[in-house]
Design a protein around this ligand. Sequence first.
Ligand code: KG4
Ligand code: ZN
Length: 313
Amino acid sequence: MNILAIESSCDETAAAVVVDGRIVRSNVVASQSELHASTGGVVPEVAARAHLRMLVPVIRQALNNAECTWSDLDAIAGTSGPGLPGALLIGFNAARGLAFARDLPFIPVDHIEGHVRANWLGDEEPPLPALALVVSGGHTELILIDENGFFERLGGTRDDAAGEAFDKVARLLDLGYPGGPVVSQLAAESTDRSFRLPRAWLTGTDDFSFSGLKTAVLHTVQDDGAPPPAEIAWAFEDSVADVLSKKAVRVAEREGVTSLLVAGGVAANSRIRELIIERSSVPVFIPPPELCTDNAAMIGAAAGVHLDQAVRP
Ligand code: KG4
Ligand code: ZN
């Protein structure tokens, strides 16, 4: 079953060919991060126009890399949401239009489920029940996946998403966009790691909050006796990693799951990966960094388990 998957929910134009929701035949991502660097964040209208320019070449490249012709395809999938409405519409309607033209089944896919399903693209299939921690630019969610693969959201951020906090802190430290990789790089250069920033535990809930931490960074930066930027970056990254890993591990233990899955752009962060692996008592699954950030292979992986939801446009 060859599925062509298309993703355009934010600032990556992506297409992939995935076999049976498990094997990646091709995975092409055109990132717009350079385009959005000058504004320090994604301007929705600019993102939508870039998707329009990039989508056809990206799809063509995905088919070429997979050595696939149109007649080799069995279904087409597209991200239905959540995301920027203008950006989503470009990829979703292209995917649906292609399915219509080729008389193929069309599978709409939830972006968050896509992130989680990237964990099914490795050699080993995660055992269920599982707890998934989805940490991206737009989301910070804890999702319980039962034995049958049904998703139940247990909690999430009450304000900023983890990735959003990285992006805002990068702006406060004048580091550019996207913030995650640059903040992390700077943090790695820190030598004195004694400076600490607060943690919001929201005890008794499965929720998160990162806006207070962001404000603490702002106050630190404005302070005359502020530590060097690398130490601030380290303290920020350590606070996020500490809270995410401790809460995820605690909920996994409480729910008695057999694996802990991490997904989303922030899962590319090595400190977060390290702490979760160190603290978890059940096996941890984290996709390789290129399958953590937005891509279409993960959409193909989720489509592979939702063939029953396919429609003929
Ligand atoms: O999953 P993703 O590509 O897009 C959304 O669905 O939002 O995640 C993008 C987010 C951005 O906020 C980016 O700063 C963050 O993931 N990110 C990272 C790292 N790489 C990307 N955050 C922390 N450390 C990283 N290495
Ligand atoms: Zn995403």
